[in-house]
Design a protein around this ligand. Structure first.
Ligand SMILES: Nc1ncnc2c1ncn2[C@@H]1O[C@H](COP(=O)(O)OP(=O)(O)O)[C@@H](O)[C@H]1O
Ligand code: SF4
Ligand SMILES: [Mg+2]
Length: 376
Protein backbone atom coordinates (compact mmCIF):
# COMPACT_ATOMS: atom_id res chain seq x y z
CA UNK A 1 0.00 0.00 0.00
CA UNK A 2 1.17 3.53 -0.65
CA UNK A 3 2.29 5.51 2.34
CA UNK A 4 0.14 8.57 1.77
CA UNK A 5 -3.04 6.56 1.75
CA UNK A 6 -5.58 6.87 4.52
CA UNK A 7 -8.17 4.20 5.09
CA UNK A 8 -11.21 3.94 7.28
CA UNK A 9 -13.67 1.15 7.85
CA UNK A 10 -16.39 3.20 6.19
CA UNK A 11 -17.82 1.51 3.12
CA UNK A 12 -20.91 3.62 2.56
CA UNK A 13 -21.24 7.34 2.52
CA UNK A 14 -23.41 9.07 5.07
CA UNK A 15 -25.88 10.85 2.82
CA UNK A 16 -28.51 11.82 5.39
CA UNK A 17 -32.10 10.74 5.94
CA UNK A 18 -33.56 11.56 2.60
CA UNK A 19 -32.54 8.31 0.97
CA UNK A 20 -34.89 6.99 -1.72
CA UNK A 21 -32.82 4.00 -2.72
CA UNK A 22 -30.48 2.00 -0.56
CA UNK A 23 -28.44 -0.77 -2.15
CA UNK A 24 -26.37 -3.03 0.04
CA UNK A 25 -23.90 -5.63 -1.22
CA UNK A 26 -26.10 -6.55 -4.18
CA UNK A 27 -25.03 -9.36 -6.49
CA UNK A 28 -26.43 -10.77 -9.68
CA UNK A 29 -24.77 -13.95 -10.92
CA UNK A 30 -26.27 -15.49 -14.05
CA UNK A 31 -25.81 -19.26 -14.28
CA UNK A 32 -23.81 -20.48 -17.27
CA UNK A 33 -25.37 -23.73 -18.43
CA UNK A 34 -24.28 -26.47 -20.83
CA UNK A 35 -26.16 -29.42 -22.32
CA UNK A 36 -29.56 -29.74 -23.93
CA UNK A 37 -31.20 -32.74 -22.22
CA UNK A 38 -29.55 -32.21 -18.85
CA UNK A 39 -28.76 -28.57 -18.28
CA UNK A 40 -25.70 -28.40 -16.09
CA UNK A 41 -24.50 -25.22 -14.45
CA UNK A 42 -20.84 -24.90 -15.39
CA UNK A 43 -20.19 -21.47 -13.95
CA UNK A 44 -21.64 -18.05 -13.26
CA UNK A 45 -21.47 -14.69 -14.98
CA UNK A 46 -20.79 -12.26 -12.15
CA UNK A 47 -22.61 -9.36 -13.82
CA UNK A 48 -23.01 -7.41 -10.56
CA UNK A 49 -20.87 -8.46 -7.65
CA UNK A 50 -21.34 -6.64 -4.39
CA UNK A 51 -22.53 -3.10 -5.05
CA UNK A 52 -23.34 -0.84 -2.09
CA UNK A 53 -24.60 2.69 -2.62
CA UNK A 54 -27.41 5.12 -1.89
CA UNK A 55 -29.50 7.60 -3.83
CA UNK A 56 -30.94 10.69 -2.21
CA UNK A 57 -34.16 12.47 -3.07
CA UNK A 58 -33.61 14.88 -5.95
CA UNK A 59 -30.11 13.58 -6.57
CA UNK A 60 -28.54 12.28 -9.77
CA UNK A 61 -26.10 9.44 -9.44
CA UNK A 62 -24.10 8.81 -12.59
CA UNK A 63 -23.04 5.19 -13.15
CA UNK A 64 -20.17 4.86 -15.58
CA UNK A 65 -18.10 2.01 -17.01
CA UNK A 66 -17.30 0.28 -20.27
CA UNK A 67 -19.72 -2.05 -21.98
CA UNK A 68 -20.09 -5.35 -20.11
CA UNK A 69 -19.34 -3.91 -16.67
CA UNK A 70 -22.82 -4.69 -15.34
CA UNK A 71 -24.46 -1.26 -15.55
CA UNK A 72 -27.67 -2.39 -17.25
CA UNK A 73 -27.98 -5.41 -14.98
CA UNK A 74 -27.62 -3.06 -12.02
CA UNK A 75 -30.37 -0.83 -13.44
CA UNK A 76 -32.63 -3.84 -13.96
CA UNK A 77 -32.00 -4.95 -10.38
CA UNK A 78 -33.10 -1.53 -9.12
CA UNK A 79 -36.28 -1.84 -11.20
CA UNK A 80 -37.01 -5.29 -9.82
CA UNK A 81 -36.70 -6.70 -13.35
CA UNK A 82 -33.89 -8.96 -12.13
CA UNK A 83 -33.90 -10.66 -8.77
CA UNK A 84 -30.65 -10.23 -6.85
CA UNK A 85 -28.57 -13.34 -6.16
CA UNK A 86 -27.66 -11.73 -2.83
CA UNK A 87 -27.92 -8.42 -1.04
CA UNK A 88 -30.60 -5.90 -0.29
CA UNK A 89 -32.35 -3.18 -2.29
CA UNK A 90 -34.60 -0.81 -0.37
CA UNK A 91 -36.84 1.43 -2.43
CA UNK A 92 -38.38 4.24 -0.37
CA UNK A 93 -37.51 2.24 2.73
CA UNK A 94 -39.14 -1.00 1.57
CA UNK A 95 -37.09 -4.11 0.91
CA UNK A 96 -37.64 -5.32 -2.66
CA UNK A 97 -35.98 -8.72 -2.36
CA UNK A 98 -38.87 -10.38 -0.55
CA UNK A 99 -41.71 -8.99 -2.67
CA UNK A 100 -43.92 -11.21 -4.82
CA UNK A 101 -44.91 -10.22 -8.37
CA UNK A 102 -47.79 -8.10 -7.15
CA UNK A 103 -45.69 -6.30 -4.60
CA UNK A 104 -43.03 -5.64 -7.20
CA UNK A 105 -45.59 -4.22 -9.60
CA UNK A 106 -46.79 -1.87 -6.89
CA UNK A 107 -43.24 -0.77 -6.07
CA UNK A 108 -42.38 -0.33 -9.72
CA UNK A 109 -44.69 2.63 -9.92
CA UNK A 110 -42.04 4.48 -7.99
CA UNK A 111 -39.14 3.61 -10.25
CA UNK A 112 -39.22 3.65 -14.03
CA UNK A 113 -36.64 3.20 -16.76
CA UNK A 114 -35.64 5.16 -19.84
CA UNK A 115 -33.74 3.01 -22.32
CA UNK A 116 -30.97 3.77 -24.78
CA UNK A 117 -32.46 3.17 -28.16
CA UNK A 118 -35.79 4.95 -28.38
CA UNK A 119 -36.76 3.25 -31.62
CA UNK A 120 -36.23 -0.34 -30.59
CA UNK A 121 -37.89 0.25 -27.23
CA UNK A 122 -41.04 1.67 -28.86
CA UNK A 123 -43.51 -0.56 -30.68
CA UNK A 124 -43.68 0.79 -34.28
CA UNK A 125 -47.31 -0.33 -34.69
CA UNK A 126 -48.57 1.59 -31.67
CA UNK A 127 -49.42 5.27 -31.76
CA UNK A 128 -47.62 7.63 -29.44
CA UNK A 129 -50.78 7.85 -27.38
CA UNK A 130 -50.92 4.06 -26.96
CA UNK A 131 -47.22 3.88 -26.06
CA UNK A 132 -47.26 6.66 -23.48
CA UNK A 133 -50.59 5.51 -22.00
CA UNK A 134 -49.77 1.80 -21.87
CA UNK A 135 -48.68 1.85 -18.20
CA UNK A 136 -52.27 2.85 -17.36
CA UNK A 137 -53.44 -0.53 -18.74
CA UNK A 138 -51.41 -2.26 -16.02
CA UNK A 139 -51.98 0.28 -13.26
CA UNK A 140 -55.64 0.95 -13.94
CA UNK A 141 -56.25 3.01 -10.83
CA UNK A 142 -53.79 5.80 -11.67
CA UNK A 143 -55.99 7.61 -14.19
CA UNK A 144 -59.71 7.00 -14.87
CA UNK A 145 -60.25 5.61 -18.34
CA UNK A 146 -62.09 8.67 -19.61
CA UNK A 147 -59.19 10.93 -18.58
CA UNK A 148 -56.43 8.94 -20.19
CA UNK A 149 -56.22 10.80 -23.47
CA UNK A 150 -55.92 14.10 -21.65
CA UNK A 151 -53.33 12.56 -19.31
CA UNK A 152 -51.23 11.39 -22.24
CA UNK A 153 -51.48 14.81 -23.89
CA UNK A 154 -50.30 16.42 -20.66
CA UNK A 155 -47.33 14.05 -20.62
CA UNK A 156 -46.44 14.90 -24.23
CA UNK A 157 -46.62 18.58 -23.33
CA UNK A 158 -44.39 18.10 -20.29
CA UNK A 159 -41.62 16.52 -22.38
CA UNK A 160 -41.83 19.19 -25.08
CA UNK A 161 -43.82 17.31 -27.71
CA UNK A 162 -46.91 18.60 -29.44
CA UNK A 163 -49.96 17.08 -27.69
CA UNK A 164 -51.75 17.10 -31.04
CA UNK A 165 -49.33 14.47 -32.31
CA UNK A 166 -50.87 11.86 -30.04
CA UNK A 167 -52.05 9.72 -32.98
CA UNK A 168 -48.72 9.66 -34.81
CA UNK A 169 -46.40 6.66 -35.00
CA UNK A 170 -42.81 6.47 -33.73
CA UNK A 171 -41.30 6.55 -37.25
CA UNK A 172 -42.80 9.99 -37.74
CA UNK A 173 -40.53 11.42 -35.04
CA UNK A 174 -36.81 12.22 -34.91
CA UNK A 175 -34.43 10.33 -32.61
CA UNK A 176 -34.54 13.04 -29.96
CA UNK A 177 -38.33 13.21 -30.13
CA UNK A 178 -38.56 9.44 -29.78
CA UNK A 179 -36.47 9.66 -26.63
CA UNK A 180 -38.96 12.26 -25.37
CA UNK A 181 -41.73 9.73 -26.01
CA UNK A 182 -39.80 7.18 -23.93
CA UNK A 183 -39.41 9.74 -21.13
CA UNK A 184 -43.12 10.65 -21.25
CA UNK A 185 -44.00 6.98 -20.91
CA UNK A 186 -41.60 6.57 -18.00
CA UNK A 187 -43.31 9.50 -16.25
CA UNK A 188 -46.86 8.20 -16.76
CA UNK A 189 -47.12 6.60 -13.31
CA UNK A 190 -45.54 9.61 -11.60
CA UNK A 191 -42.46 7.76 -10.34
CA UNK A 192 -40.01 9.12 -7.76
CA UNK A 193 -36.95 7.64 -9.45
CA UNK A 194 -35.88 7.26 -13.07
CA UNK A 195 -33.21 4.81 -14.11
CA UNK A 196 -31.84 6.26 -17.34
CA UNK A 197 -29.85 3.51 -19.07
CA UNK A 198 -27.67 5.26 -21.66
CA UNK A 199 -30.59 7.50 -22.62
CA UNK A 200 -28.57 9.66 -24.98
CA UNK A 201 -25.89 7.23 -26.24
CA UNK A 202 -27.67 6.64 -29.56
CA UNK A 203 -28.27 10.34 -30.24
CA UNK A 204 -26.24 13.02 -32.00
CA UNK A 205 -24.26 15.22 -29.62
CA UNK A 206 -26.47 18.30 -30.15
CA UNK A 207 -29.60 16.25 -29.46
CA UNK A 208 -27.93 14.64 -26.43
CA UNK A 209 -27.71 18.09 -24.88
CA UNK A 210 -31.40 18.75 -25.44
CA UNK A 211 -32.43 15.47 -23.84
CA UNK A 212 -30.09 16.01 -20.89
CA UNK A 213 -31.54 19.51 -20.48
CA UNK A 214 -35.03 18.09 -20.56
CA UNK A 215 -34.17 15.52 -17.88
CA UNK A 216 -32.69 18.26 -15.71
CA UNK A 217 -35.78 20.43 -16.07
CA UNK A 218 -38.05 17.51 -15.24
CA UNK A 219 -35.94 16.73 -12.20
CA UNK A 220 -36.36 20.28 -10.91
CA UNK A 221 -40.07 20.46 -11.67
CA UNK A 222 -41.01 17.01 -10.42
CA UNK A 223 -38.44 16.40 -7.68
CA UNK A 224 -37.17 13.24 -9.35
CA UNK A 225 -34.08 11.25 -8.42
CA UNK A 226 -32.00 9.78 -11.24
CA UNK A 227 -29.66 6.88 -11.72
CA UNK A 228 -28.01 7.94 -14.95
CA UNK A 229 -26.04 5.19 -16.68
CA UNK A 230 -23.47 5.96 -19.38
CA UNK A 231 -20.38 4.36 -20.83
CA UNK A 232 -18.32 7.50 -20.93
CA UNK A 233 -17.72 10.18 -18.38
CA UNK A 234 -18.32 13.15 -20.67
CA UNK A 235 -22.07 12.58 -20.78
CA UNK A 236 -22.70 12.32 -17.05
CA UNK A 237 -20.69 15.21 -15.65
CA UNK A 238 -23.19 17.95 -16.30
CA UNK A 239 -26.16 16.13 -14.84
CA UNK A 240 -24.60 14.13 -11.98
CA UNK A 241 -24.22 15.14 -8.35
CA UNK A 242 -22.25 11.99 -7.59
CA UNK A 243 -20.67 9.37 -9.79
CA UNK A 244 -20.05 5.66 -9.33
CA UNK A 245 -17.46 4.09 -11.62
CA UNK A 246 -18.13 0.40 -12.29
CA UNK A 247 -15.68 -2.22 -13.48
CA UNK A 248 -16.58 -5.88 -13.95
CA UNK A 249 -19.58 -5.84 -11.63
CA UNK A 250 -18.03 -3.74 -8.87
CA UNK A 251 -17.97 -0.07 -7.96
CA UNK A 252 -14.28 0.89 -8.04
CA UNK A 253 -14.64 4.58 -7.19
CA UNK A 254 -17.52 6.74 -6.01
CA UNK A 255 -17.70 10.36 -5.04
CA UNK A 256 -19.01 13.83 -5.76
CA UNK A 257 -18.76 15.02 -9.30
CA UNK A 258 -15.77 17.25 -8.41
CA UNK A 259 -13.98 14.43 -6.58
CA UNK A 260 -14.30 12.07 -9.52
CA UNK A 261 -13.41 14.56 -12.26
CA UNK A 262 -10.78 16.66 -10.52
CA UNK A 263 -9.31 14.21 -8.01
CA UNK A 264 -9.73 10.68 -9.42
CA UNK A 265 -7.64 8.16 -7.51
CA UNK A 266 -8.49 4.86 -9.23
CA UNK A 267 -6.48 4.02 -12.35
CA UNK A 268 -9.65 2.88 -14.14
CA UNK A 269 -11.38 6.22 -13.54
CA UNK A 270 -8.25 8.04 -14.67
CA UNK A 271 -8.18 5.97 -17.84
CA UNK A 272 -11.86 6.58 -18.54
CA UNK A 273 -11.41 10.31 -18.02
CA UNK A 274 -8.43 10.32 -20.28
CA UNK A 275 -10.36 8.63 -23.07
CA UNK A 276 -12.40 11.78 -23.47
CA UNK A 277 -11.09 13.93 -26.33
CA UNK A 278 -9.84 17.36 -25.38
CA UNK A 279 -10.76 20.19 -27.74
CA UNK A 280 -8.17 22.64 -26.45
CA UNK A 281 -4.74 21.70 -27.89
CA UNK A 282 -2.95 23.80 -25.24
CA UNK A 283 -4.02 21.29 -22.63
CA UNK A 284 -2.37 18.41 -24.45
CA UNK A 285 1.09 17.65 -23.16
CA UNK A 286 0.50 19.36 -19.81
CA UNK A 287 -1.46 16.44 -18.48
CA UNK A 288 -1.18 12.69 -18.78
CA UNK A 289 -3.05 10.98 -21.51
CA UNK A 290 -3.71 7.35 -20.62
CA UNK A 291 -4.58 4.81 -23.25
CA UNK A 292 -6.75 2.04 -21.90
CA UNK A 293 -5.60 -1.15 -23.58
CA UNK A 294 -7.36 -4.47 -24.04
CA UNK A 295 -10.94 -5.42 -23.38
CA UNK A 296 -12.96 -5.97 -20.24
CA UNK A 297 -12.24 -9.59 -19.16
CA UNK A 298 -15.12 -12.06 -18.99
CA UNK A 299 -17.27 -11.64 -15.89
CA UNK A 300 -17.60 -15.45 -15.90
CA UNK A 301 -13.94 -15.69 -14.97
CA UNK A 302 -12.82 -12.40 -13.46
CA UNK A 303 -9.17 -11.83 -12.49
CA UNK A 304 -8.27 -12.66 -8.88
CA UNK A 305 -7.68 -9.83 -6.42
CA UNK A 306 -8.24 -6.55 -8.21
CA UNK A 307 -10.33 -7.15 -11.30
CA UNK A 308 -8.65 -4.28 -13.13
CA UNK A 309 -5.16 -5.68 -12.68
CA UNK A 310 -4.89 -7.27 -16.16
CA UNK A 311 -5.13 -3.78 -17.69
CA UNK A 312 -3.54 -1.72 -14.94
CA UNK A 313 -0.11 -0.10 -15.44
CA UNK A 314 0.40 0.11 -11.66
CA UNK A 315 -0.37 -3.52 -10.82
CA UNK A 316 1.93 -5.29 -8.36
CA UNK A 317 1.88 -8.76 -6.81
CA UNK A 318 -0.49 -7.71 -4.05
CA UNK A 319 -3.10 -6.76 -6.66
CA UNK A 320 -3.47 -10.40 -7.73
CA UNK A 321 -3.67 -11.66 -4.15
CA UNK A 322 -5.79 -9.15 -2.26
CA UNK A 323 -9.00 -7.59 -3.42
CA UNK A 324 -8.81 -3.84 -2.73
CA UNK A 325 -11.77 -2.68 -0.65
CA UNK A 326 -13.89 0.35 -1.50
CA UNK A 327 -12.83 2.68 1.30
CA UNK A 328 -11.83 6.31 1.77
CA UNK A 329 -8.37 6.80 0.31
CA UNK A 330 -6.37 9.92 -0.34
CA UNK A 331 -6.82 13.54 0.72
CA UNK A 332 -10.04 14.27 -1.16
CA UNK A 333 -11.85 11.79 1.10
CA UNK A 334 -13.95 9.76 -1.34
CA UNK A 335 -14.15 6.00 -1.79
CA UNK A 336 -11.75 4.14 -4.08
CA UNK A 337 -10.93 0.44 -4.48
CA UNK A 338 -7.23 0.52 -5.36
CA UNK A 339 -4.29 -0.58 -3.20
CA UNK A 340 -2.25 2.27 -4.66
CA UNK A 341 -4.93 4.92 -4.98
CA UNK A 342 -3.47 8.34 -5.66
CA UNK A 343 -4.49 11.39 -7.58
CA UNK A 344 -3.12 11.87 -11.06
CA UNK A 345 -3.52 14.89 -13.24
CA UNK A 346 -5.08 13.44 -16.34
CA UNK A 347 -6.55 15.17 -19.34
CA UNK A 348 -10.02 15.38 -18.03
CA UNK A 349 -13.48 15.16 -19.37
CA UNK A 350 -15.28 17.94 -21.11
CA UNK A 351 -18.94 18.57 -20.85
CA UNK A 352 -21.40 18.16 -23.62
CA UNK A 353 -22.73 21.63 -24.48
CA UNK A 354 -25.94 21.64 -22.45
CA UNK A 355 -26.50 25.37 -22.64
CA UNK A 356 -28.32 24.89 -25.95
CA UNK A 357 -32.05 25.48 -26.01
CA UNK A 358 -34.14 22.68 -24.59
CA UNK A 359 -35.94 22.00 -27.79
CA UNK A 360 -35.31 20.08 -30.97
CA UNK A 361 -38.04 21.63 -33.03
CA UNK A 362 -40.57 19.27 -31.60
CA UNK A 363 -42.87 21.84 -30.12
CA UNK A 364 -42.91 23.98 -27.03
CA UNK A 365 -40.87 22.72 -24.12
CA UNK A 366 -43.60 24.21 -21.93
CA UNK A 367 -41.40 25.61 -19.17
CA UNK A 368 -44.43 26.41 -17.04
CA UNK A 369 -45.57 22.84 -16.74
CA UNK A 370 -45.33 21.23 -13.37
CA UNK A 371 -46.87 17.83 -12.89
CA UNK A 372 -47.01 14.96 -15.41
CA UNK A 373 -50.03 13.33 -13.88
CA UNK A 374 -53.50 14.61 -14.53
CA UNK A 375 -54.86 13.73 -11.10
CA UNK A 376 -53.57 14.61 -7.70
N1 LIG B 1 -29.58 -12.52 -18.74
C1 LIG B 1 -28.25 -12.70 -18.78
N2 LIG B 1 -27.70 -13.94 -18.78
C2 LIG B 1 -26.37 -14.11 -18.79
N3 LIG B 1 -25.47 -13.12 -18.80
C3 LIG B 1 -25.95 -11.86 -18.82
C4 LIG B 1 -27.35 -11.58 -18.81
N4 LIG B 1 -27.51 -10.22 -18.81
C5 LIG B 1 -26.27 -9.69 -18.84
N5 LIG B 1 -25.34 -10.69 -18.84
C6 LIG B 1 -23.88 -10.49 -18.85
O1 LIG B 1 -23.54 -9.70 -17.73
C7 LIG B 1 -22.48 -8.83 -18.05
C8 LIG B 1 -22.88 -7.41 -17.76
O2 LIG B 1 -23.84 -7.02 -18.73
P1 LIG B 1 -24.59 -5.61 -18.68
O3 LIG B 1 -25.23 -5.47 -17.37
O4 LIG B 1 -25.46 -5.54 -19.88
O5 LIG B 1 -23.38 -4.59 -18.80
P2 LIG B 1 -23.33 -3.10 -19.36
O6 LIG B 1 -24.71 -2.53 -19.32
O7 LIG B 1 -22.38 -2.40 -18.45
O8 LIG B 1 -22.79 -3.18 -20.74
C9 LIG B 1 -22.14 -9.09 -19.50
O9 LIG B 1 -21.04 -9.97 -19.56
C10 LIG B 1 -23.38 -9.71 -20.04
O10 LIG B 1 -23.08 -10.58 -21.11
S1 SF4 C 1 -5.35 -2.42 -6.92
FE1 SF4 C 1 -3.52 -2.72 -8.20
S2 SF4 C 1 -4.29 -3.50 -10.15
FE2 SF4 C 1 -6.03 -2.65 -9.04
S3 SF4 C 1 -6.22 -0.61 -9.80
FE3 SF4 C 1 -4.95 -0.50 -7.96
S4 SF4 C 1 -2.85 -0.67 -8.68
FE4 SF4 C 1 -4.18 -1.31 -10.36
MG1 LIG D 1 -25.87 -1.60 -20.81
Amino acid sequence: MSADMTETEQVTEDTGDDVVLEVRDVKKHFPLTRGIVFKRTVGHVQAVDGVTLQLERGETLGVVGESGCGKSTFGRLLMGLERPTAGSIKLLGEEMAGLDARGLRRMRRNIQIVLQDPYSSLDPRMTVGDIVGEPYDVHTDVVPKQDRRKAVQDLLDVVGLNPEHINRYPHQFSGGQRQRIGIARALALRPKILVCDEPVSALDVSVQAQVVNLLERLQDELGLSYVFIAHDLSVVRHISDRIAVMYLGKVVEIGDEMEIYEHPTHPYTQALLSAVPVPDPRLRGHRDHIVLEGDVPSPANPPSGCRFRTRCWKAEDVCAKEEPQLVVRGPSGHLSACHFAEERDVIHAIDIPTSAADDDGSGDPSPGSVAPGPTA
